[in-house]
Design a protein. Structure first.
Length: 338
């Protein structure tokens, strides 16, 4: 359904431009997406059509969080305020309401599209610094209103907690998940270890500018209060699928060592937390499998799923580690100068 011209023109005015200055772009899925320039900055405008299952209050909470991170120098794709000083604009067209948001356009390319040889130790370390910086800034965040507080990870929906898919999951999955949760539930929730985290930090959710050694995170829609270790977990989890042509033990250990070196330069991380990675990896493995197994068809599965699924159920049933690394040795190595 085409976007009414009068709506496009009205939304453009809210950001101080004309409809003619908006260039249609791809990647919106259900939204209308345009590129534009505001104050000499390349930006992306997303217009969400009416009758879309979007929680505007939740969106506002995420945008407020992103604005806080950006203001503190966090390596994120920052939202842009309208000329009215709003992070979200609503435009009525009769009884229909369109929602508009604008973000700066990040430089670089999507991480999951990078060839394995494009990654370097310096980039892995930069990724660690990026995530560590976000977690460091998160410690000081308080939402402006109680209604803008994001949920706890166990109340929200994410790959760690896909509650709809888990409602009628196979008993063996629920049993293995319950065993894992028993270990996780008793972990401390201290300021330095627990706070507002991304929780969907896979290689499709950040841009890499290899020349500038700069990494920028985006898509914080699943952000929730959880252990910061969950973001580290997902990156290790995902890289072993995205680049599964490598030997997982040596490649995983090498990535994690460089990543932790960068992370620890920005954010304290006790060895205790690194020792908990196997439990969080297992929780994520079960969650992702629960989201995929009913509809899995090797003939039609995409590349990521085709790499992840073979033998996965057996590994979960047998309670085998997602990856059997010497996490303590990796942690110790990450604290030494490179």
């Amino acid at each position: 359904m085409p976007l009414p011209q009068q709506v496009l023109e009205a939304i453009a005015r809210l950001y101080g431009v004309t409809a003619a200055q908006l260039q249609p772009a791809t990647g919106g899925h259900f939204a209308y997406v345009y590129e534009l320039r505001l104050n000499q900055r390349a930006c992306i405008l997303k217009i969400i059509p009416p009758n879309t299952d979007v929680d505007v209050r939740a969106m506002r909470a995420v945008l407020e969080w992103l604005a806080f991170l950006a203001e503190a120098g966090g390596p994120v794709v920052p939202p842009v305020f309208s000329q009215q000083g709003n992070l979200i604009e609503a435009m009525a067209d009769g009884e229909q309401v369109y929602i508009a948001v604008v973000f700066e356009k990040a430089p670089g390319m999507l991480a999951e599209g990078m060839a394995p040889e494009a990654w370097s130790d310096a980039l892995f370390e930069a990724l660690g610094r990026t995530v560590g910086a976000c977690h460091r800034i998160a410690q000081d965040y308080n939402p402006s209103k109680a209604e803008f507080r994001r949920p706890e990870w166990s109340a929200g929906s994410s790959c760690f907690n896909p509650h709809e898919e888990l409602e009628d999951a196979d008993p063996i999955l629920l049993e293995r998940r319950a065993q894992t949760l028993e270990r996780i539930a008793v972990l401390p929730k201290e300021r330095v270890s627990y706070g507002l985290a991304h929780l969907d930090l896979h290689f499709g959710n950040f841009f890499v500018d290899a020349e500038a050694q700069r990494i920028v995170l985006f898509d914080f829609d699943d952000c929730a209060y959880g252990w910061y270790l969950m973001d580290i977990t997902m990156l290790l989890f995902d890289i072993l699928v995205v680049y599964n042509g490598h030997e997982p033990l040596s490649f995983g250990a090498h990535f994690l060592e460089q990543f932790l070196r960068g992370y620890r330069s920005q954010m304290p991380l006790d060895s205790f937390w690194v020792s908990q990675l196997p439990h969080f990896l297992k929780l994520l493995e079960i969650g992702v499998y629960a989201m995929l197994y009913r509809d899995y068809d090797p003939a039609t599965a995409d590349e990521w799923v085709s790499k992840f699924m073979p033998g996965r159920r057996e590994r979960i049933e047998q309670a085998l580690p997602y990856v059997d690394l010497d996490f303590m040795a990796i942690y110790q190595a990450s604290g030494r100068s490179s």
